[in-house]
Design a protein around this ligand. Sequence first.
Ligand code: ZN
Length: 399
Amino acid sequence: MTRKLYYEDLYAQEFDSEIVSQEEVNGSYNVILDKTLFYPSGGGQPCDLGFINGVEVLDVHEHNNEIIHVLSEKITGPAHGVIDWSRRFELMQQHLGEHIFAGMLYNLHNLHTLRMRIEGDNVSIDLGEDVDEKIIFEAESLANEAVYKNIPVEIIYPDMNEIKAHARKLPPEKSLESEPIRIVKIEGVDYVPCCGLHVSTTGQVGLIKVTSFENHKGGKRIYLRSGRAAYKWLADLHNEVKRAESELVCGYEGINEKILNLKSQIHDLKANNESLIEHFLEPVSRELIENAQTLGNNKLVKHIMRDSSQDEIKHLFRLLTSNNHDVIALLAGINTQGVFIMFGCNRDNKSVDVRSAFRKAIALLEGRGGGSAFSAQGWGVKSELINNALDEAENELAK
Ligand SMILES: [Zn+2]
């Protein structure tokens, strides 16, 4: 059984110990020490990382009361361990922040946390029931009030009756038989069984911030950050807001209004652009139909537009085919991105199927795309071959 120094001194960063065993497994080394500061992963909290005798600790887990350190290289004893303190302190801040927030949800609305996870800088908790965002932010606000009060965190091992009377949730059944139950108590805020590590006062959490939430299995998954992780998130957010302020030439209170204005301007410009395209393409389409060749009972329009957008080609296609039941259009638009082709006819014209003609042309252009019998489109890269591609398509249609 490994002596768990992390429960004895939360703030110790280095320790000396003896090697109990060392075993090679798949190129790394599983090392058991007589005592350790390395917290193993458990209770939603990731393990500590760091170094033992200068060798990197890759993972730490617990098995049968023994803490197994996975090292990248073999070590020779005695062992001197140093934990990555900045990581551990952040994990302790995040973990206590989660207790305070979950405690508030429970105290205010009897809401139970089904699952908690710390992943990187993100902490997520799952609630079994859906809650209104007002409740989430009410709990956040009160959780921060509990931070300002700087309440000490107590670790106690009460008897089962007391636990049943006070705990936010009960410990798992199997742990009841063996050992005393470790309760993490924050007076007036939370009382919960937990094997994890937490900063020793609420004040050290610094800040608790909900960053997002989503519907999850009929309940809610809430993401929050505490301590340094919350500060870093807010600092990033602030930088982004500063950039937006400078682009939009306004203070942060004005960003939303500016964006709404821009959106409405874009909407108007698009409408304007549409009518300009229409104005420009209408005579083109009329002339193309007048000069079209005959192909069976249909008229064939073959046309290439230079420096044109995909939108323009689609627009011309609509003008040619939507009111003319007998027009087959083989259109191509060339610009710096490559060549865009669009083949088809009116959807009611059942005498035409452009798919095999399209496949031949797009293969020649080394492009990709597809569609139906009356409308196929795609982009190619070999724009210099566009004349050949349209000729091939025409030959295919003539069959
Ligand atoms: Zn916990």
